[in-house]
Design a protein around this ligand. Sequence first.
Ligand code: SF4
Length: 422
Amino acid sequence: MSSVNVTIQSRVSATDATGGTCTPDLARSPWNFDVGSPAYGPGSSMDDVAPATTPRQGSIPAEYREASDAELAERIRAAKSTLGDDVVILGHFYQRDEVVEHADFVGDSFQLANAALTRQDARHIVFCGVHFMAETADILSRDDQSVILPNLAAGCSMADMADTDSVEECWEQLMELYADEDGDQAPVIPVTYMNSSAALKAFVGRHGGIVCTSSNATTVLNWAFARGRRVLFFPDQHLGRNTAKALGVPLDQMPLWNPRRALGGNEAATLRAARVILWHGFCSVHKRFTVGQIDAARQQYPNARVIVHPECPMEVVDAADAAGSTDFIRKDVAAATEPTVFAIGTEINMVNRLADEYPQHTIFCLDPVICPCSTMYRIHPGYLAWVLEELVAGRVVNQITVDPQSTREAKIALRRMLDAKP
Ligand code: SF4
């Protein structure tokens, strides 16, 4: 199968005939998007608005921008070998192949943060993922370990949709609204998805809340319902809605909170009757999947097994055979003993890697347009070579540091998640 990188580079324009939003520059020269106003760059998040506070990546030396793929791969291997046990490289499932090939561990964000804990000898953790993932690794790592994000512009549009100021404002409004409620239960328990800033994880830690992943969202919601009348779930409305619906929460008890409107755009009575208040966030990669794509896949392969990620819209999850985290999808494919057709609704790099790993199956992405997570794609091998060679020279660049108070509070929320029992 042709790599995602090669496919994108064969494109000629930002809005080609396939309806894609990628350009060859996404794969080849992501540094071109580090100039000008903050933006996520071409790819699935291109139309999302990047906050003005989005971290910027300064330019890296021309030698890294101009080197061939083969030269960069060689330089990365050499630097990694020189650094030896001093460095551990983590690669997210959605990362491009040209980066993943150098990773010591490949997984989802929480698996990777935990994998780093097994390498206590490593002084440096190079996280080839996005900003919130590097923050989580910093929260969980020792104080004397540095966490490095090769390109500071590799953020996450979904995580950015729940900024702390808007969340604090929402919380104040809800506390005022529920002030006259009495009883043992808290009026609302905040739950944040792992895909959120360290500041938000600290916020939920401070307010009796908890973190969830796409693997344990059901357990976490049950934990929250045991302690509060309602849940405020952010940033991903789809994961919140899909999980709560599977637990039997009616849709009319799941209002959406729009941070730009008073009471999130809801009537007070609606918020009083709510069981789950969903933040107005989404993942632009998973939002691309549609019921029409599932219908088309089933038409071509009537026996196809359709599996989607729970960040997909509810109608898509309802139309699929199964929905689950990246780890769930991997395990589902690995468990198939007979040749099977898998139509998968998650990021293209991961789907292509599964197709390569399991050639006995037919595995394809539901979305025919190759359009990866644009922020994950900001980690070009040129950046990886740069941060590693800087480490060889004794310099730590692009370090991600979470302040001590946020670390303490976020750890409380993460600890609650780890202690929550199904
Ligand atoms: S796939 Fe979606 S949630 Fe994951 S990093 Fe990209 S934009 Fe964020």
